[in-house]
Design a protein around this ligand. Structure first.
Ligand code: E4P
Length: 215
């Protein structure tokens, strides 16, 4: 499973990149708004200088022709920009046009398998089902990943399933078990993915034993 970081914060991106296992970045308008006073295009350029994998840049228009206009500006920023479009009627129209031109598209705000079927037919590179937002409502978010995996495998669609709205390490485990191609993960969860208390206790014991034996 590829690991993307879900943030527009440069410090978090740098730290995750240093690990050497970061495959890409996703941003959205809410994440960019959290970076107070930052110019969107400047920030995307900075991110693309750090990470060479796909960097998702989301449009804010809701009409296909305006989405396409925004996309034409965003793809000029760097070769690894992926255009993120909402999974609505107009988004699908724009997705078909962009993917036919060879532009990578990430279809976001996907909440049901039939949306995923349609965006795959429209040539999307990624589809982003939102796991955490289902769980927030008392529904099982991971089910949609499993359903999309079955449909894509049945028909050999190449669209990659990008598990989004990941809130915990357990979500990341479940996404990997369900066969998601990618999980986009917030920085605090990436940090937790590396932690186990027994690793720290075990390491301390090894080093203590080693140091005692040296005396
Ligand atoms: C990423 O592509 C999504 O926009 C993001 O994962 C949404 O996460 P949230 O539900 O925690 O806002």
């Amino acid at each position: 499973m590829k690991i993307f970081i879900d943030t527009a914060n440069l410090d978090e991106i740098r730290q995750a990149h240093e690990l050497g296992v970061l495959d890409g970045v996703t941003t959205n308008p809410s994440l960019v708004a959290k970076e107070k006073g930052v110019d969107f295009k400047t920030r995307l350029k900075e991110i693309c200088q750090i990470v060479k994998g796909p960097v998702s840049a989301e449009v804010v228009s809701v009409k296909a022709d305006e989405m396409l206009r925004e996309a034409s500006e965003l793809i000029k920023i760097a070769d690894n920009i992926t255009i993120k479009l909402p999974t609505i009627r107009e988004g699908v129209i724009a997705c078909k046009k962009l993917s036919s031109q060879g532009v990578k598209v990430n279809m976001t705000l996907c909440f049901q398998p039939l949306q995923a079927l349609i965006v795959a037919k429209a040539g999307a590179t990624f589809v982003s089902p939102f796991i955490g937002r289902f769980d927030d409502q008392g529904e099982e978010g991971m089910k949609v990943i499993r359903d999309i995996r079955t449909i894509y495998d049945n028909y050999e669609f190449k669209t990659q399933i990008l598990a989004a709205s990941i809130r915990s390490p357990y979500h990341a485990v479940q996404a990997a078990e369900a066969g998601a191609d990618v999980a986009t993960i917030p920085f605090n969860v990436i940090e937790k993915m590396l932690f186990h208390p027994l690793t720290d206790i075990g390491l301390k014991r090894f080093l203590d034993d080693w140091n005692k034996a040296q005396k």
